[in-house]
Design a protein around this ligand. Structure first.
Ligand code: G3P
Ligand code: CA
Length: 271
């Protein structure tokens, strides 16, 4: 049995940068992660997918259509194909839609703001950050490369041996199970979009250490935090951008908030 946990004081809630400081900078780019570190994030979140030639890249969607000027599924493309593409300019287009001049964007030619990012490079950034920065890696329902994604993630973690907190997150209990078998000491986070009746008492699938409820769950079931804590599980909530949601997380004493705007959330939690 796990020891029950107490609600966490607001100033000690961990701030995890979702896809980097992705409100301001194109998601999953080196530039977004650098900004998150500069903004004082405690940890960085990234989604990982395996390319056709076996490289782990930080991309959220199954296909690259939304976040690049290319098309197709990550799993069908090679790293060299992705390296040719622009993963940043879509964000300038988005700014333009919101009434800003796309040419105002200061670093649109900066490769760190437009290149595909490998997990390897992200680990290197953390290793060289100059201060402790944690990492939360999300495996995205691996199907085509099921098993290989987890294997490659663990091999890279083994190579870098970060001394800061590292966690593997997934909506897939099977993916977390594979991690647990291969690396029982590595904490896992079970992500939940909706609260299934069998999880309402705060328990999680076997061996999972941390609960990862959506903000939607917390709004509908605010007492979930207390139940998970009573069962001995930390609670890491996503995606917490709205100040009203930040205030609710602070009141409930969650352990971590995953946000696209680490600087603002950090400031609110400290105030
Ligand atoms: O941090 C968990 C959260 O990232 C899960 O949702 O779709 O943004 O990967 P998604
Ligand atoms: Ca994610």
């Amino acid at each position: 049995r796990r020891r029950p946990l107490a609600p966490r004081p607001a100033e000690r809630i961990s701030v995890i940068a979702h896809r980097g400081a992705s409100e301001a900078v194109p998601e999953h780019t080196l530039s977004a992660y650098r900004k998150a570190i500069d903004d004082g994030a405690d940890a960085l979140e990234c989604d990982v997918r395996l390319t056709a030639d076996g490289h782990l890249v930080c991309v959220h969607d199954r296909r690259i259509n939304r976040t690049s000027n290319g098309r197709g599924a990550v799993s069908a493309l090679e790293l060299a194909d992705l390296a040719e593409l622009d993963f940043g300019s879509w964000k300038h287009g988005q700014s333009a839609q919101h009434g800003k001049d796309p040419h105002e964007s200061p670093d649109s030619e900066d490769p760190e703001r437009t290149s595909v990012l490998t997990l390897d490079r992200l680990l290197q950034l953390i290793a060289e950050a100059g201060r402790p920065v944690g990492l939360a890696i999300e495996t995205k329902h691996p199907t085509r490369w099921a098993g290989q994604v987890e294997e490659r993630v663990l091999a890279l973690l083994d190579h870098y041996r970060l001394t800061t907190p590292v966690r593997i997150m997934s909506f897939s209990a099977r993916s977390l199970h594979r991690v647990r078998i291969a690396a029982p000491e590595l904490p896992t986070v079970y992500l939940m979009q909706l609260l299934l009746p069998r999880l309402r008492d705060g328990r999680l699938p076997p061996g999972v250490r941390i609960a990862g409820p959506s903000m939607r769950i917390l709004r509908a079931h605010p007492t979930y935090v207390e139940r998970a804590h009573r069962a001995g599980h930390e609670v890491h909530v996503w995606t917490v951008d709205d100040p009203v949601d930040v205030a609710l997380c602070a009141r409930l004493g969650v352990d971590a908030v995953i946000t696209n705007r680490p600087q603002q959330v950090r400031a609110q939690l400290a105030s």
